[in-house]
Design a protein around this ligand. Structure first.
Ligand code: MN
Length: 309
């Protein structure tokens, strides 16, 4: 999906990354945001907590069960990030300016790398309307790859890890002896965890982590998390204790060492980079390519620091 869309979701301030809390337990409720007319719950970024590892954006959409439930996000650009799409219910077709056309269904992962520029559209097909539940996550690319080529991956068969009362599907990085085949440019982990009783999930103490409650009444370290709640766990933990019954999304990684400037759908470092991406998208420059979509292109908002014309 299209990400921030409204500029208010990614204010043009540059946050100092600062040291992650060591170790800590911090809980917040994802805020409502509008993406293409669809209300989502946005857990990241948060003003005081912009990233968890390289994870810099987390939207939870649905569950929706209605005749008009579905995603209709027209072509829009990205730079400097991977989009990671994971569904619990429903279907979305991804089309991008590389020529990729890939339906995604529950249990499958779409991972698009923007590098210096890509565009995509995400639409629920006509015969897939009526249900939608999932997440879209962004991973910031490091300096070493963020000016590189765009790419797209689809993974229909991800490793599963049995942690006793918790069953995990590994979306990214390593967990419990398994490793996702999905591309990662920095050390990180992502997993879908279904818990039914008490279970310990092993963590890398060199990573900070976050847990997004998706549904049910799962507990993290004895704290019940309602769906749409996000718990941040600082560095230095080798496990978390899960309990209750529900579904959680585990995100983690080495604290991201570079200061990000996030504006609309762009993850950059400087205003000049955002200005150039904005101008190139509005001018339909070749940098972003074209997406074969029946939906209209989404205009980029003019960066606020450019002032009024
Ligand atoms: Mn997008």
């Amino acid at each position: 999906m299209s990400g921030p869309v409204a500029t208010v979701d990614a204010p043009p301030d540059i946050d100092e990354p600062g040291p992650p809390d060591v170790p800590s337990f911090e809980v917040w409720t994802a805020r409502a945001a509008d993406v293409g007319g669809m209300t989502v719950r946005r857990a990241l970024p948060k003003r005081a907590r912009r990233t968890v590892g390289a994870w810099c954006f987390a939207d939870l959409f649905g569950p929706a069960a209605a005749a008009d439930a579905g995603m209709r996000i027209g072509p829009h650009p990205h730079i400097g990030l991977h989009t990671v799409t994971w569904l619990f219910d429903g279907e979305v077709v991804h089309r991008d300016s590389l020529g990729s056309e890939q339906p995604i269904r529950p249990g499958e992962l779409n991972l698009m790398t923007a590098g210096r520029g890509v565009a995509h559209a995400e639409v629920t097909p006509a015969d897939g309307q009526g249900r939608l539940h999932g997440v879209q996550l962004w991973v910031a690319q490091p300096g070493a790859t963020r000016d590189g080529d765009a790419a797209f991956e689809h993974h229909a068969d991800l490793p599963r890890v049995d942690l006793g009362a918790a069953k995990a599907t590994v979306l990214a990085g390593p967990l419990g002896g398994a490793r996702s085949p999905a591309r990662t440019d920095t050390p990180l982990v992502g997993a879908d965890v279904v818990v039914d009783g008490r279970a310990d999930v092993p963590l890398d103490p060199a990573h900070e982590h976050g847990v997004l409650a998706v549904d049910g009444e799962a507990q993290v370290d004895g704290t019940a998390l309602a769906p749409g709640t996000f718990a941040y766990l600082g560095l230095g933990r080798d496990a978390i204790e899960l309990g209750g019954r529900g579904r959680l999304l585990l995100l983690g990684g080495e604290p991201f060492p570079e200061t990000l400037l996030m504006w609309w759908n762009f993850v950059a470092r400087t205003r000049d980079e955002v200005d150039a991406a904005y101008a190139d998208w509005q001018a339909r420059a070749g940098r972003f390519g074209e997406v074969a979509s029946e939906l209209a292109r989404i205009d980029a908002p003019r960066p606020s620091w450019l002032g009024l014309r």
